[in-house]
Design a protein. Structure first.
Length: 430
């Protein structure tokens, strides 16, 4: 290991856990390796593998009638936790004790420093670079710091792959808030980069380095909720699947996470919250302020009849209201119920599902997290839409790196599904 690498509580905790997980998996394979999980239809093959069960992800799952469950715990029971507690839960399957989270948080704080060459790389990029491009570039530039790459080059036992992967993950997660905050200030001309505070926790330091809303406690509470709510979403979404596919080739976490974030930047994935907020603001501008329910009904059908969808409504998996949306809705109702944009979000929740239910082909008329999350950030002055996906990425780094560590610990093989040609399908159908 690199100089200064030390065994800490999280390593000891996982060392014990991994043996139990491996034993459990071995037993499952011995008893049921031929059991069928899913049958694939032609429609699913052409439809992006939607609904095909073919992955294992123990960090979280998303039942269509419940929403996000992290390590067996529904999100609604975790909304008051810190990102550090959630990260520990994602990695180990257990919420930490007070002493464990203190040790874990202290270890993350020690890893915060961002090398000067990262700032030089970002400063050399075009001034109008997209914030996600800047984040991906910074992560790739950090790859030279990879402990896994160094240990693999020396020759490391497969059973120990997870240890340097965890080391890389802790280092990267610790640095991402500073990098993300620095990108915000550089890209949007907010002034000098704000230095990290070694005494602040993950959320508090991120807010501090952004330089938004001063010391507004409510904004810090929102960011804590945001970073918890977006941390993970099972293994089949674009960013998770991409990260784990790259990681399965034994690429280190820097390569893997950058690849996953490239997927997160897409309009059908992490970009959706800004699309939803943009539609809300355009609606309000057109109607001269917060609309009435009757006006919203007209806008909904005008949008649908033009061949568009209602941004923030519907979900690839869920068939109920996203519990993450509900958490943000409660936050807004408590902290800024009279904010015009939030009032529109609240009214849309009353109007849109009832109107979408009138369309028989729509399976899920309920809001997802994107229907509210952008409006929350907007209220506190974070109005640069192109940055929203970066905030999403800061949160999702927790789940993506935790999945990578667990997959390495379980010695999961390279991800390599089989493909067929259209000619093959023609013969099958005929």
């Amino acid at each position: 290991m690199k100089k200064g690498l030390r065994m800490v509580n999280i390593f000891d905790k996982l060392s014990n856990k991994i043996q139990d997980w491996k034993s459990e998996t071995k037993g499952l394979l011995e008893k049921g390796s031929e059991k069928v999980l899913s049958q694939v239809t032609v429609g699913q093959a052409y439809g992006g593998m939607r609904g095909v069960i073919s992955l294992i992800c123990d960090t979280s799952r998303v039942p269509q009638d419940q929403g996000l469950i992290i390590r067996g715990m529904p999100l609604k029971d975790l909304v008051n936790k810190t990102p550090e507690e959630i990260y520990y839960l994602l990695l180990t399957g257990e919420l930490p004790t007070k002493e464990e989270v203190e040790d874990f948080s202290a270890d993350i704080k020690k890893r915060k420093h961002v090398p000067e060459y990262i700032w030089n790389v970002l400063k050399a990029m075009p001034k109008d670079s997209h914030p996600m491009t800047m984040l991906d570039t910074a992560i790739l530039a950090l790859q030279k710091e990879s402990v896994f790459a160094e240990e693999y080059e020396k020759g490391i036992r497969k059973e120990d792959y997870w240890k340097p992967t965890l080391e890389d993950s802790l280092n990267l997660v610790a640095k991402i808030p500073a990098i993300a905050a620095g990108i915000y200030r550089m890209r949007f001309n907010k002034g000098d980069i704000i230095a990290q505070d070694p005494n602040m926790d993950w959320t508090g330091d991120y807010v501090h380095m952004l330089g938004i809303s001063g010391n507004n406690k409510d904004f810090k509470d929102l960011m804590r909720l945001y970073l918890v709510a977006h941390c993970d979403h099972e293994g089949g979404n674009v960013s998770a699947l991409t990260t784990q596919t790259i990681n399965s080739a034994l690429s280190d976490i820097y390569y893997s996470l950058a690849g996953g974030f490239n997927g997160l930047a897409g309009p059908l994935h992490g970009l959706a919250n800004q699309e939803s907020l943009k539609w809300i603001l355009e609606t309000m501008e057109k109607l001269g302020g917060t609309p009435t329910k009757e006006q919203l009904v007209d806008v909904v059908w005008e949008t649908l009849n033009s061949g568009k969808v209602i941004p923030g409504y519907g979900h690839a998996v869920l068939r109920v209201t996203d519990p993450r949306f509900e958490a943000f809705l409660k936050f807004g109702q408590k902290h800024f119920p009279n904010d015009p944009v939030f009032k529109t979000v609240d009214l849309l929740y009353e109007v849109v599902p009832e109107e979408l239910k009138k369309i028989s082909k729509i399976k899920n008329p309920w809001p997802n997290v994107d229907a509210a999350s952008g409006a929350m950030l907007y209220h506190y002055g974070l109005s640069e839409f192109s940055y929203y996906t970066v905030v999403f990425a800061v949160s999702r780094s927790l789940g993506l790196t935790a999945q990578a560590v667990v997959n390495r610990a379980m010695l999961n093989p390279i991800i390599r599904p089989k493909s067929v040609t259209t000619s093959y399908i023609k013969d099958l159908v005929s």
